[in-house]
Design a protein around this ligand. Structure first.
Ligand SMILES: Nc1nc(=O)c2c([nH]1)NC[C@@H]1CN(c3ccc(C(=O)N[C@@H](CCC(=O)O)C(=O)O)cc3)C=[N+]21
Length: 305
């Protein structure tokens, strides 16, 4: 390879650090009102990647002064056992928001479990009530939890001075956590982008990608976006995570949806790791702090009413 990378780096670790330092102040303000914002995680089974993600979330929330509650259940837990834990967290005043780490073991009904979460405590923003509010809320005022990764992608661009207003964003991937939901945020009046949603069944994917000012790769398909698909100067957001074991070193390596060669054509690129992943965690904590703030506002509102 003779060409060099000209794209500016969308540094997710730096943007996440900025968000977290802002959260430190909001956490302190809540503590001054007698509320310690608490985040909980539910992990069913012992998948090593899930254990890593969960431990990162706890370490980082403790670092900004939040209370963290780590709950684990064995892989062979019944639907009733998982639902009993959900009911417990819904009732626990120390828990302002929580996530059920996905994927769950196959014998469990994921949708039923996610629907049982109190929408006010839904740190992922994936409860049907919150997804409905996401659809309804065109203005963009934050009144309910929003999906963390889509929110992280937008914050990563905006915190690097990239304005999405009027831009054409082509999203690759139709999963609920990113692909299906990010367009709802991007097309809010406050962001004002235009969105094309593509997926692995799209026939003319390369042709559509070449029209994009911004590409969000969230199909979970290694290097599905090639250098030849990228308009010079485009911003590339790499969300996909494909884990492979290097046959030589035996070490696990993360591959994104964006071919690294695309950095030679792009204007902006989010590294992976070090891009969207850290933003997801920062926005998860933001969702929980906001849930605690809403609760305090409601309580003080009802006390003076
Ligand atoms: N209910 C639920 N909510 C989630 O938000 C959720 C989930 N389930 N299941 C799994 C996915 C995955 N996910 C990541 C979060 C952070 C990084 C992250 O920070 N990654 C680091 C690298 C970490 C590594 O070494 O792999 C980075 O990109 O720099 C990655 C992936 C959240 N998820």
């Amino acid at each position: 390879m003779t060409k060099t990378q000209t794209a500016k780096v969308l540094d997710g670790k730096a943007a996440a650090a900025a968000i977290k330092s802002e959260l430190v102040e909001r956490v302190a303000a809540l503590k001054a009102k007698g509320v310690v914002p608490g985040i909980a995680t539910v992990l069913v089974g012992a998948d090593p990647a899930s254990q890593l993600y969960v431990s990162m979330k706890h370490k980082q929330s403790a670092a900004i002064g939040m209370n963290s509650i780590q709950r684990e259940l064995p892989a062979d837990s019944t639907q009733e056992q998982v639902e009993a834990l959900i009911d417990e967290l819904n009732a626990d005043p120390a828990c302002h928001g929580y996530i059920v780490q996905l994927p769950l073991p196959k014998h469990l009904d994921t949708d039923a479990i996610l629907e049982r979460i109190d929408p006010a405590k839904d740190a992922d923003g994936l409860h049907p009530t919150n997804l409905g509010r996401l659809v309804l809320n065109v203005s963009g005022e934050i009144t309910s939890p929003l999906p963390c990764t889509p929110r992280g992608v937008i914050e990563l661009l905006e915190r690097n001075g990239y304005s999405l207003a009027g831009k054409h964003v082509v999203v690759v991937g139709r999963g609920v956590t990113v692909g299906r939901t990010i367009g709802l945020l991007l097309t809010r009046r406050s962001v004002n982008a235009t969105v094309t949603l593509t997926h692995t069944g799209t026939e003319n994917l390369s042709e559509l990608l070449r029209q994009a000012d911004v590409i969000v790769g969230a199909a979970g398909v290694k290097h599905i976006v090639k250098a030849a698909d990228v308009k010079p100067g485009a911003a590339l957001l790499d969300v996909g995570v494909t884990r492979e074991t290097d046959p030589e070193t035996g070490k696990s390596k993360v591959h994104g949806d964006i071919d690294p060669a695309a950095a030679e054509v792009a204007g902006w690129i989010s590294p992976n790791p070090g891009g969207v992943g850290p933003m997801t965690v920062a926005l998860l904590m933001t969702n929980v702090v906001e849930a605690a703030e809403r609760q305090v506002a409601q309580e003080s509102g009802s006390a003076t009413a």
